[in-house]
Design a protein around this ligand. Structure first.
Ligand code: ATP
Length: 255
């Protein structure tokens, strides 16, 4: 592919470094995500996945490095950049005193969603939230909060979706719906980062992988490239790749 025909990345992360006091959570991380791509972000507990996602979402101020979303620098044009992204945290906390449909109306207003009433109805239907439309945020179960966060993200018509353990708490029907919804939104050209410890899910959905450990990238590429890179048999699972690409024992910190 020539340079001129390469897709313009929706997200660029260059040299991202984040510390909490003395502790380094993300250490010089660089990667890109193109339109329509699902990037599987995996790594052990404490590897820096959530810190990376929170930095991209503009929740954590950038200490070092540069992030652009749809060509906009998150540190300089944060407000405009955030209009293009949707962030689904692993334990979403809706407003206690707004109903499900009021949350969706709020999101539609904030993001200027067109034809939002019809889209809201479709999302309430597909995420099985129709009978909870008048329930308050504070009354929702964990799985329902997750579904509301996914529906809100979809309603905002983003160019980039950040998903942190999006299936945790969902029932089997919710899992099937969310899995299909992730595939569909990517097929429509939206860039997706899927961070999860559910390696089978990541293997199934992700077009490319980013494996991090101790805040550093240990692998970026397709599963097939990982087989070659780590010299493990072709056809090995992402779980095999994960163990090859990350520390072998907890606390076995390098350097
Ligand atoms: P997990 O898979 O367990 O969710 P993760 O890959 O998402 O982990 P992060 O939550 O980004 O990892 O944490 C990376 C490192 O930063 C860890 O060592 C963690 O203890 C530390 N850390 C994260 N948030 C804070 C905070 N608010 N204050 C201090 N240290 C933090």
């Amino acid at each position: 592919m020539t340079e001129s025909s390469s897709p313009k990345p929706v997200l660029t992360v260059e040299g991202l470094r984040r510390t909490y006091g003395e502790s380094v959570a993300v250490d010089g991380l660089s990667f890109r995500v193109n339109p329509g791509e699902i990037l599987g972000l995996v790594g052990p507990n404490g590897a820096g996945k959530t810190t990376t996602l929170r930095s991209i979402a503009g929740i954590l101020p950038i200490q070092e490095g540069r992030i652009t979303v749809a060509g906009l620098d998150i540190d300089i044009e944060g407000h405009r950049a955030r209009q293009h992204l949707a962030w689904v945290p692993d334990d979403p906390q809706p407003f206690d005193s707004l109903t499900v449909e009021e949350h969706l109306e709020l999101v539609a207003g904030l993001y200027g969603t067109t034809d939002w009433k019809r889209r809201r109805e479709d999302l309430l239907e597909s995420f099985s939230l129709k009978d909870k439309r008048r329930a308050l945020g504070g009354e929702l179960s964990r799985g329902m909060r997750q579904k509301l966060a996914l529906a809100s993200a979809w309603l905002s018509e983003p160019k980039l979706v950040l998903l942190d353990e999006p299936l945790s708490g969902l029932d089997p029907r919710g899992i099937r719906t969310a899995r299909q919804a992730i595939q569909d939104i990517a097929a429509s050209g939206v860039a997706v980062i899927l961070s999860s410890h559910l390696l089978e899910l990541v293997e199934q959905l992700a077009s490319r992988l980013l494996i991090i450990d101790y805040g550093k990238k240990t692998f970026e590429g397709t599963l097939e490239e990982a087989h070659t890179g780590f010299e493990i048999p072709m056809g090995s699972s992402l779980e095999d790749v994960f163990f090859a690409a990350t520390r072998h024992e907890a606390g076995d910190k390098p350097g």
